[in-house]
Design a protein around this ligand. Structure first.
Ligand SMILES: Nc1ncnc2c1ncn2[C@@H]1O[C@H](COP(=O)(O)OP(=O)(O)OP(=O)(O)O)[C@@H](O)[C@H]1O
Ligand SMILES: [Mg+2]
Length: 285
């Protein structure tokens, strides 16, 4: 597997090596070295060491309050670490201007985070607007992004966030994160509150964008099944610590009872569904 993948992170599944092998950047896209963050008495992130290779899709899984959002926010200096170092494409983020750094990294917020008083087009174009991109170029980029995330220019371009469904809002969030052509995108539970079909479609669509745009992606999810289906590698957090990391097979081999419990649910569901769901009449198999 290592030879087939020729990649510094041998845990990436063989069939997903393609996008990563295009990248020959030796520095990891994102590196946490013994990083800690406290809020008063709460240690939200506790000595985490984790690397994300350029072109990799990493999912972070863990229960509520396990430190997932805090870890992501440390990457683009929405907050600063108390200890350890965070590097983005080799640069220690402490030496980078936070605003410039945030423009280099797309971020999809846990709550959606769209500006309610701004149209879809203005939400998507906010970063290009802030860096002084000419209006005509922004308009063209917005149209391109609306197509990319499979929204409808006619229906959605001038709509306000409250006029959209949850799934449409999340698509706008992804489009906005991609507006400044970042090499890395961080997504905080982007598909959490959606119905299963929309969630599945958005996940697959995002995976396609990740591949086609050669992105590095870090996505937080509560859902181990989603992580297994979408990501190259999974990091499991609990109580601010990184419990395990690797692909699904690596995690299945983990001795940690929490990691094992997390994997048990999707496996049980898959087994029950196989027994309960007859094949669809129009399915090929
Ligand atoms: N700004 C803050 N001030 C004080 N405590 C905070 C702050 N941000 C996070 N925390 C605490 O740090 C811990 C980790 O929070 P974090 O938001 O990273 O969790 P999470 O894993 O993203 O959870 P969820 O799945 O519910 O979003 C929690 O105990 C939380 O209460
Ligand atoms: Mg969170």
């Amino acid at each position: 597997m290592q030879e087939a993948c020729a990649h510094p992170l041998p845990l990436v599944p063989r069939d997903r090596c393609g996008s990563i092998m295009q990248m020959n950047d030796p520095a990891p896209a994102l590196a946490f070295d013994d990083v800690s963050k406290r809020f008063g008495r709460v240690t939200a992130v506790d000595g985490v060491t984790l690397r994300v290779a350029a072109g990799e899709f990493l999912a972070i899984v863990g229960g509520s309050g396990s430190g997932k959002t805090t870890l992501l926010r440390l990457a683009n200096r929405l907050i600063d670490a108390d200890g350890g170092a965070v590097r983005v494409f080799g640069d220690d983020v402490r030496h980078l201007d936070p605003i410039a750094l945030r423009r280099r990294i797309g971020y999809v917020f846990q709550s959606g985070g769209l500006f309610p008083h701004m149209t879809v087009a203005d939400n998507i174009g906010i970063t290009p607007h802030l860096v002084g991109t000419p209006a005509a170029d922004i308009a063209a980029r917005v149209d391109e992004l609306i197509d990319l995330v499979r929204l409808d220019r006619g229906r959605h371009r001038d709509a306000f966030p409250h006029q959209l469904s949850g799934g449409e809002r999340q698509r706008v969030g992804v489009a906005r994160a991609l507006a400044a052509k970042p090499r890395m995108v961080l997504l905080d539970e982007p598909f959490g509150a959606l119905d299963p079909l929309t969630r599945d479609a958005l996940g697959e669509d995002y995976r396609r964008l990740h591949r086609d745009l050669s992105l590095t992606t870090v996505m937080i999810t509560h859902d181990m099944a989603e992580a297994v289906l979408l990501a190259d590698r999974i990091a499991v957090m609990r109580g601010g610590r990184l419990l395990a990391q690797g692909n699904a097979s690596d995690l299945a081999a983990s001795e940690d009872p929490y990691v094992r419990a997390l994997l048990r649910t999707p496996r049980r569901q898959a087994e029950r569904l196989r027994d309960l769901l007859p094949p669809l009449a129009d399915a090929a198999s």
